[in-house]
Structures are given as structure tokens and as C-alpha cells.
Design a protein around this ligand. Structure first.
Ligand SMILES: Cc1cc2nc3c(=O)[nH]c(=O)nc-3n(C[C@H](O)[C@H](O)[C@H](O)COP(=O)(O)O)c2cc1C
Length: 337
């Protein structure tokens, strides 16, 4: 059955304008990425995973992830951790910061996270996983959702046993990445599992196919046009000026968010993501990566593609300044520049 992705839907009481969800990606899902995703048709965007112990100990960089603008909403903030009480505390903090949904990470396969008992490890600790979801759901009045892998090992079907239990514990939506934790990001994603999970639970399931909504991650890196293509089903070929203008806006917003020093290294991977794909020659991308400051990159882009200036002016006129729309935080947490 073909689903109209431009349709509204709901997670609990949260109204979501399209059935396209921008995936949480650590090291990628900064505010500029999420705001851009919303402009290009994602109905729901998600922060990268935020450490509940980082929140508990008031780590400045962690609290910096809780910078939320009105025009990103609806927005899910994803938290990770292994202690139900800390997770509940983190959930209250992210809701106070403006999250419309609290998403719990039971999918991260990275050792730095799993060795602390968080992320995908919890797939094999169903009782603890359910206690986490129940504590978080009790702590906040917004919907609580879970993003998970199929299981730890290749071929595992853990998600089918755990999914319904998480719903009983209070999860109001499940996102399934149907690879095992062992697979990391390689090999086949088994989308048949999604269909099976959909049959087992009566909450919306988010996945790549066969579900209530579609989640897109890597394809949107440096390529927001893919979001409008997916949501509207028509091909979009941005001009070089459009590409350069989006990159400049993205870079400037990221500097506001992270400060110039962090932003200039964070942004380097985005130059290739935006400018390759046959859009600009490889040596040009390499040249940008070697420049010291973000404003030098902007200047170089405007020289290479003068029409980007007008395209940028249009974008800036349409997109309100992020600083003006920040949700006030109850704590002093706008770290990182
Ligand atoms: C760089 C990177 C960082 C990611 N970080 C997170 C994360 O913080 N939380 C999470 O639940 N998933 C994370 N993921 C997984 C994505 O949300 C998504 O499930 C995965 O990339 C598969 O979707 P895709 O094929 O559309 O990229 C990350 C993926 C990538 C590539």
C-alpha cells in the first residue's frame, strides 16, 4: 500500500505534519541540520543522543545539545543511559528545554556507549530496558518513544519480543533499525522484521519501509533535497547556487551554535557531503577543507558561485534567525558558543 507521506499523524498527543522523520545522528544532528530538515519536509526531527549522566553532572557540552529553537518543533530529544533514575531525570530536563518527545536509545552499537550498559546492550536486558522506559514515562507528560536495533547478534529477532513489552511499559512509538548491533551500519537491513513488529504493537512504528513513517539518515547529509524528493515523490535537482547557499547558511548557523573553533572542524565533513555528488570538482572541496576559518570557506564559495549570494538572501529571508527563536531554558545551558 502506498502511503501519502504528506499526511499528518500523531505520536500520543503530538501532531506531526509529515510522515518523514529525520534520523538522530551523533556528530551530525546539530540544530542547523534539524531546522534544515524541517524546511525540506521532515515532519519530525531528532537530536543526536544525549548522555543522561552528562545531564546529571551538568556537563557543558552535553547541555549544549539541549539548545532548541521553536521552528524545529516537533522535535524529539534522544537520551541514552543505563540507570532508570538518571534517565528519568534526564527526560525531565530535556522536556523543560523544549523537547516534544523523549526518545530512548536502545540501538547505539558503539563500544564507548555499550560498555556503560547503555544503547544496544539493553536489547539483551529486557527487564532493565522496560524499567527505563517506565521510569521515563512516569517522569514526563510528553510521549516517550524508543529507537532500537533488531538485536545484538546477526539474525537476532529480539526486537519482536522486546517491542511489545516496551509498549506495555509506556513507549508510544517504536523506531526499528533492522540491523543487528554487530552489523553496525553494514550489510542488509531486514525490512521484513518491520512488518512483523507493526503487526505486534498498536503504536506507530517508524522505519525505512512498511511502517507509519519513514526515517531517513545518511541520505540527508549534505542533501536536504532528498527529503523533499521522498516526501513529494518528485525528483529535485538543486542548482550549484542553491547548494552553495544551503551550505553557507548551514555553516553560519553551526558557528552560532558551536562557536567558530568547534564548528570549523565539525563542518569539514559536510563540505564533501554538500559539494561532491558531481556538483563541484573534488580539488575545490579539498581546498575548502584546508581553509582555517568558516568565513574563508563562505568567501571562497561565493567567489566560485556568485549566484549563491542571491539564493542565500532568499533563504535567510525565509528562515528566521535561530537565535531569535530559542526556547528559553530553565538552566544556563547554551554552552559551546
Ligand atoms: C554518523 C551517525 C550517527 C548516528 N547517531 C545515532 C544516534 O545518536 N542515535 C540513534 O538512535 N541512531 C544514530 N544513528 C543511526 C541512524 O539514526 C539511522 O538509524 C541509521 O543511520 C540508518 O538509517 P540510514 O540508512 O537512513 O542512514 C547514527 C547513524 C550515523 C550514520
Amino acid at each position: 500500500m502506498q502511503v501519502n507521506l504528506r499526511e499528518h499523524w500523531r505520536i500520543g498527543a503530538v501532531e506531526i505534519p509529515t510522515r518523514l522523520v529525520l534520523a538522530p545522528m551523533a556528530g551530525v544532528s546539530v540544530q542547523a541540520f534539524r531546522r534544515q530538515g524541517r524546511r525540506y519536509g521532515a515532519g519530525l526531527v531528532c537530536s543526536e543522543m544525549v548522555s543522561c549522566s552528562g545531564i546529571h553532572y551538568g556537563n557543558e557540552r552535553t547541555l549544549g545539545y539541549l539548545r532548541i529553537a521553536e521552528d524545529e518543533r516537533p522535535l524529539a530529544v534522544q537520551i541514552f543511559g543505563s540507570e532508570p533514575a538518571y534517565m528519568a531525570e534526564a527526560a525531565s530536563t530535556v522536556v523543560a528545554a523544549g523537547a516534544d518527545i523523549v526518545d530512548v536509545n536502545f540501538g547505539c552499537p558503539v563500544r564507548k556507549v555499550t560498555k556503560t550498559g547503555a544503547g544496544a546492550t539493553l536489547l539483551d536486558q529486557p527487564d532493565r530496558a522496560c524499567r527505563i522506559v517506565a521510569s521515563v514515562a512516569e517522569a514526563v507528560s510528553v510521549p516517550v518513544t524508543v529507537k532500537m536495533r533488531r538485536g545484538l547478534e546477526n539474525g537476532a529477532r529480539t526486537c519482536l519480543e522486546l517491542g511489545p513489552r516496551l509498549v506495555d511499559a509506556g513507549a508510544q512509538s517504536l523506531t526499528l533499525h533492522p540491523r543487528s548491533a554487530r552489523q553496525m551500519y553494514t550489510g542488509e537491513a531486514d525490512h521484513r522484521l518491520t512488518g512483523e513488529l507493526v503487526e505486534l504493537v498498536d503504536v506507530p512504528v517508524i522505519a525505512r519501509t512498511g511502517a507509519a513513517a519513514v526515517m531517513v539518515g545518511r541520505a540527508a547529509q549534505g542533501n536536504p533535497w532528498t527529503l523533499s524528493e521522498i516526501v513529494d515523490g518528485t525528483a529535485v535537482l538543486p542548482s550549484r547556487a542553491d547548494v552553495a547557499a544551503e551550505l553557507i547558511l548551514f555553516a553560519r548557523e553551526t558557528v552560532k551554535e558551536l562557536g567558530e573553533q568547534r564548528a570549523s572542524s565539525f563542518l569539514k565533513k559536510f563540505y564533501g557531503w554538500y559539494l561532491r555528488r558531481g556538483r563541484f570538482p573534488r580539488p575545490f572541496v579539498q581546498e575548502l577543507v584546508r581553509l582555517d576559518s568558516t568565513e574563508q570557506v563562505v568567501e571562497r564559495l561565493l567567489v566560485a558561485e556568485p549566484a549563491a549570494a542571491a539564493a542565500l538572501a532568499r533563504l535567510e529571508a525565509e528562515a528566521p534567525d535561530s537565535e531569535g527563536t530559542l526556547v528559553p531554558l530553565p538552566i544556563s545551558a547554551y554552552g559551546g558558543g
